[in-house]
Design a protein around this ligand. Sequence first.
Ligand SMILES: [Zn+2]
Length: 355
Amino acid sequence: MNQNQNPGHSGFKNPAWLLALKEEREKLQLLMSGNIFIRMFLGLLDRWQPPENIREQCENIKKQYMEKVLHTVFFFGRLNQRQMRPNEFLDNDTFKHLQKMFPLSFQQYSTHLPSLTPYSIVLQFGSEVAGCRTRNEMESFLREFNKTVENAVNSTPDLSFSNYTFKAAVVAYSSYREPGKPQNEAGFPLFYGASLSCKGWIEKMIMISILCLRTWHKAVAFAVYHGKDSLAIVFPEEVQCCAFYYKNGAFLEKAPCVNCRTMYRVDFQPYEGDDREKVGWPHGNCAENECLSKLLLGVPRLQERLTTTHSPQQPNDYTAIEKEFADIIEGDVRNQLKGLLQKKDFPLDLQYFEP
Ligand SMILES: [Zn+2]
């Protein structure tokens, strides 16, 4: 070891050495986070016992979820500055066992793109499989999962919840209080979303581009695309959006950030409380995007009641949103995604992982 590499000498302040140290630390955090996320999701699937009559069909659903979880974790390992292979996340026996059970994730993590970040897969499982309908049901489902993750993080040396990679800082739900329906939780379903559960600016931008192209409703992609030019989507007044951050086992209400307030004209509850003029994450990072997208995808014909804040001489209805998406946004976002993937040496043919 020469003087420049030795932390005991003046080389400790060498920028290259510090960068290497930072990258190595981030790699370790990602590795431990991936290991925990995979193990805790396996635990969630084990605990979940479907009714006898649909057990066989549920085995398939469980398999698909596990494939998605493994694929997305390995994908973030592949994107990391210090690329990781699947076997680095797992001990030898678990690696062999999972590779045999879920080969597709191991074959396609470095060629195919995921459609969700890790925590959003947990949310999807909660609503689509575990059947959480009310706020109470969803919060207790998420609390149980978060608790197992927190315990695992706390028992891992050199890892804390703040540098655990795959947590969602915020979850949110939106709902549409359709006139004429009972004004309670039975009358209108809640659509849950999570903030992006991954780290790194490029990683986040890659995921936001994928979500805009592949997963989110076109109106949400429109709002994200126009985030910087203060062009907003206007929802009917019966649509409500509530966000929460998770702390010590509780979900605490949270006001929307400046990005969300400029992107969406919607009944945010609460609205007041966050008066920062700038935030350190890109448009599209917040939980509000996913929950509003799910609402639009889940409530038939609601999209037709959307407008935009385009100046009056321009068409501002949903047909105009769809047209702009097809004519401009989709192509621009696809090019942006390819540019970002190129930086990571990832194939540019944009294939998606579909277990
Ligand atoms: Zn926000």
